[in-house]
Design a binder for this molecule. Structure first.
Ligand code: NDP
Length: 254
């Protein structure tokens, strides 16, 4: 369908070499976009690039450490150079250090905030110029259920993901005039490397999530394919500053 068509568009996905980022990148590639996968692990990156290229688009791995401002700026510039512009940015790279606040060090706090929140600000700022040059753009920020709720083991992560929602609203207001729509996606509990570790770290988490999710299952990375295409395409041109849960109903059940 034409409103979902991304042919000729370029997207950069941070942390797009696996998990939710790769599933979103794959859906954009299926809709015709060329994709820059920006992450650290080049081995996973090569596998991801091959998967995306199989859809008949161009794909490239761009190394980045999102805790390093210069590295992000270079990666955004490299993505725009490689494909002759940048239309879509997905700020997806993320990490967590699961500890109660009294034992969470300041360095651990900074690592989580830098990776999850500051990186999205820096990448969006770097993408603003290329998006202006293209006459507009789409930014998708990845939040979490911890954008909405608290957890004893997620002080820094919750702060970073709550910040993602408020940053999204502020930047969406600022750049509406530039025809740049900025939205946040809030995944529920999704089966990825990140939550495989969480299930080891947090007793009973697996069953608690099942009990509380009306859909009765953990999410899959592929559950984010539709929202990625919608928010990256002209189908969402009048949607900005929203925070959309993809959670099987987790956030609407008491
Ligand atoms: P993954 O562990 O599969 O993905 C995390 C990605 O972030 C990896 O691709 C990793 O790249 C990248 N990354 C981490 N640190 C850096 C860094 N310093 N520089 C560059 N890239 C980095 O987990 P998910 O797919 O689950 O997570 C993706 C996003 O979704 C995160 O923002 C996460 O917080 C969010 N989320 C996940 C939920 C879930 O249930 N899984 C729920 C809610 C939100 P590399 O391999 O190169 O290190």
């Amino acid at each position: 369908m034409k409103i979902f068509d991304l042919t000729g568009k370029t997207a950069m996905v941070t942390g797009g070499n696996g998990g939710i980022g790769l599933a979103m990148a794959d859906s954009l590639a299926q809709a015709g976009a060329n994709i820059a996968i920006a992450a650290r692990n080049a081995e996973k990156g090569a596998v991801a690039v091959a998967q995306l290229a199989a859809h008949g688009v161009e794909a490239a791995f761009i190394p980045v450490d999102v805790t390093d401002t210069a590295s992000i700026e270079a990666a955004v510039a490299a993505s725009a150079d490689r494909f002759g512009g940048l239309d879509i940015l997905i700020n997806n790279a993320g990490t967590n250090v699961r500890k109660r606040p009294e034992i969470l060090s300041l360095d651990e706090w900074r690592l989580v905030i830098d990776t999850n929140l500051t990186s999205a600000f820096v990448a969006s700022k770097a993408a603003h110029g290329p998006m202006l040059a293209a006459g507009g753009g789409k930014i998708i920020n990845i939040g979490s259920m911890l954008s909405l709720f608290g957890a004893s083991f997620s002080t820094a992560y919750g702060a970073s993901k709550g910040g993602i929602v408020q940053m999204t609203r502020s930047m969406a207001t600022a750049w509406a005039d530039d025809n740049i729509q900025i939205n946040a996606v809030l995944p529920g509990w999704i089966d990825t490397d990140l939550t495989r570790q969480a299930r080891k770290d947090v007793d009973g988490l697996h069953q608690r999530v099942l009990n509380r999710t009306p859909a009765g299952r953990w999410g899959k990375p592929e559950d984010h394919a539709g929202i990625a295409i919608f928010l990256a395409s002209s189908a969402s041109d009048f949607v900005t500053g929203a925070a959309i849960p993809i959670d099987g109903g987790f956030s609407i059940q008491i």
